[in-house]
Design a binder for this molecule. Structure first.
Ligand SMILES: [Mg+2]
Length: 261
């Protein structure tokens, strides 16, 4: 399996738990990028978090000393915007998103109409309230195409978990009986298609690297990419042993891959 590393041209990197922890770089992450540069490889940072814009993450990576050539970020929000603008050209969305993400989606060409939308698009709305939930349920109940940026139930923060979009999806299901027709983010395919489009590479030339079995590693497995688990985030040895989702390779941290590249 380590031979397959030689063929990888682009590493799809999860961020929190893989490249950094909160506001702290994981030791050796910058050296890993240096090795990518020395061997003519690239990386693309992937995140399911659709409550922040890609530029937020680009700034964060810049503050952490990541060279400009590696500051490429794809969020599930961006991938979802590309999906709906290709799938529903000229149509209007009921968009559930906070102000930051709404602005990013609109800049990417997502047109909205809260009263008479053609489809529903939901992101991780950190400004969610009852009026928004009610309107969302109305439009989903009416049978409009229903797209979600990602499936995560909780978002880890410095002070513990906060409820993520998966909790909203469950709320809508309880009220309307419907689940999203399409989910874009890890471990689903929309975000993978967008990475293939953005990099111009084939799946066999990409590896998915992350600290979560059920999102990062599942994405690699679901779409035929080399899957690499790093033990620098949330997965413990016990979780790994008990999981039906098994990575192709396991390293303590990104740095440990350097000698094999
Ligand atoms: Mg992570």
């Amino acid at each position: 399996m380590t031979d397959r590393l030689k063929e990888i041209r682009c590493f799809l990197l999860d961020m929190d738990g893989t490249f950094y922890l909160g506001d702290r770089l994981i030791e050796g992450s910058l050296e890993f990028l240096q090795k990518l540069r020395d061997t003519g490889r690239q990386c693309l940072f992937l995140t399911n978090n659709s409550s922040k814009s890609a530029s937020f993450y680009v700034e964060k990576l810049k503050r952490m000393g990541v060279p400009e050539e590696f500051r490429r970020v794809l969020t599930s929000g961006q991938a979802a915007a590309r999906y709906v603008t290709a799938r529903f050209p000229g149509k209007k969305a009921f968009l559930l998103a906070n102000r930051i993400e709404s602005a990013e989606m609109e800049a990417l060409g997502v047109e909205t109409d809260r009263e008479h939308p053609d489809y529903v698009l939901i992101a991780f709305d950190t400004e969610l309230d009852y009026a928004k939930l009610t309107a969302l349920c109305d439009h989903v109940r009416a049978g409009l195409p229903y797209i979600a940026t990602h499936p995560d139930f909780n978002c880890p923060t410095e002070t513990g978990f906060i409820p993520d979009i998966g909790a909203t999806i469950a709320y809508v299901k309880a009220s309307t009986g419907r689940e999203p027709d399409v989910i874009i983010g890890k471990p689903y395919g929309g975000i993978v298609e967008e990475t293939l489009r953005a990099t111009g590479l084939k799946k066999e030339e990409m590896a998915m690297v992350g600290d979560r079995l059920y999102t990062d590693i599942a994405t690699g497995r679901n779409f035929g990419m080399l899957s690499i688990l790093v033990m620098s985030g949330e997965t413990t040895q016990e979780m790994l042993r008990g999981s039906p989702i098994q990575p192709d390779l396991v390293f303590d941290r990104l740095r440990d891959m350097i000698p094999l590249l």
